[in-house]
Design a protein around this ligand. Structure first.
Ligand code: MG
Length: 392
């Protein structure tokens, strides 16, 4: 056993104002755990990086409000599930959901990376081993928020990215329908039909409605009118916390309803199964509690006949996590994959480079030790948040 001797927290963010966009890759908190032999493992979470860092650095106050770094030091990273529980229990006051679980996710991913490197195996072997011969990522196509552009201009970008996705080898594509008030529901129906035409009939199409509706019957109307477009999944239809609305919608449409990208831990995802009655859970590995927790979420979902298709819009660290998760999971038909060739983001491309070779929609299972995404120290240095952001 080689125990953890160092915990490094690296908040990074691209410079400039991105507040009008919807891009989770503009910042991240990287957690690096180092063992006594100098081997390191990395993780990240999708939360404001300086805030997640402050959580991990909080001073110990009492048994339910302990400093996570103190819990980590001296531990054997192969005991990842036990360490997960100790941090969960030790941060019950400020943690349990939301930010505390985001921070724990980053730690848990780093523990998996480090433990797998120690035994010189890919992470998916720590997650139970290969359960499928190859992975099947889907590509997300997002032209960015309209920001003054017309629908014609946005559809042109969407069309060219569809073509590029197919050229890259993807056989499943998700379209982000974030058009602000450029489209009413009737125009949205036309847009989806046009998108299906552009993509052709052979590519699986997923749709992300970006929390468009507050009334499940409005969502039903649109979904039923695009039934001929063979939609594989409808994501973020209703408000995230409207679990009963999701249940009604699921009962009244043939399209698979998914959700839960902001949900944390198996406890919350269980509500998405039992109350929201979705067919597909879409937790984010870097928000739901890491690889330990998504393993348990998927095992739980299997009992209900529910699929798990993780959200993941971050750097190469999260992209790599998705591959190890799918490799070790039967009820995961796809994982979200942000291709650096389809969405231009310096942190996605350079922070921990990770790229896939896709052939006819299929990807070989990860090889080599750990996650397979290695931190680019130069990139960390360039984008490190050295001072707290000033709010004018
Ligand atoms: Mg989404």
């Amino acid at each position: 056993m080689a125990s953890i001797v160092d915990v490094e927290l690296m908040p990074v963010a691209i410079h400039g104002d991105s507040s009008g966009e919807c891009d989770g890759t503009v910042d991240t908190l990287v957690v690096r755990l180092v063992d006594e032999n100098g081997l390191a493992g990395i993780g990240e979470c999708d939360a404001p990086p300086t805030v997640a860092k402050a959580f991990i650095e909080m001073p110990s106050a009492h048994i339910w409000s302990l400093n996570p770094i103190d819990i980590l030091k001296g531990r054997d990273p192969l005991e990842v599930t036990a360490i997960w529980q100790d941090i969960y229990d030790g941060t019950l006051y400020p943690g349990r959901r939301g930010l505390g679980i985001h921070a724990l996710s980053a730690i848990d991913i780093a523990l998996h990376d480090l433990a797998a490197r120690q035994i010189d195996q890919p992470v998916y072997k720590l997650m139970g081993g290969a359960r499928r011969p190859y992975n099947t990522p889907y590509a997300t196509v997002f032209p960015g928020m309209p920001q003054g552009r017309s629908m014609d201009a946005l559809m042109q970008i969407i069309g060219s990215r569809f073509a590029r996705a197919v050229e890259l080898g993807f056989r499943a594509v998700k379209l982000e329908l974030m058009f602000d008030d450029l489209v009413d529901d009737d125009r949205l129906i036309d847009t989806i039909r046009e998108a299906r035409k552009m993509l052709g009939d052979d590519i699986r199409l997923l749709l992300d409605f970006a929390y468009r509706w507050r009334d499940w019957q409005d969502a039903r109307r649109v979904l039923n009118r695009v039934a001929s477009c063979d939609i594989f999944l409808a994501e973020a239809t209703l408000q995230h916390d409207d679990l009963h609305g999701h249940a009604r919608l699921s009962d009244h449409t043939d399209v698979r309803i998914g959700g839960g990208e902001f949900a944390a831990t198996r406890w919350e995802l269980r509500e998405w199964i039992e109350t929201a009655k979705v067919s597909v859970l879409q937790p984010d590995i870097n928000r739901c509690g890491g690889l330990t927790e998504i393993r348990r979420i998927a095992d739980m979902a299997e009992l209900y006949g529910v699929q798990v298709v993780p959200h993941g819009w971050k750097t190469g660290i999260t992209s790599a996590c998705g591959q190890h998760f799918q490799a070790s999971t039967l009820n995961a038909p796809h994982v979200e994959y942000i291709s650096p060739h389809l969405f231009d983001s310096p942190l996605r491309r350079d922070l921990a480079p990770f790229d896939l070779q896709i052939e006819d929609g299929r990807v070989r299972l990860p090889e080599g030790p750990g996650l397979g995404a290695v931190l680019n120290d130069e990139c960390v240095e360039r984008y490190m948040v050295k001072n707290m952001v000033k709010i004018a």
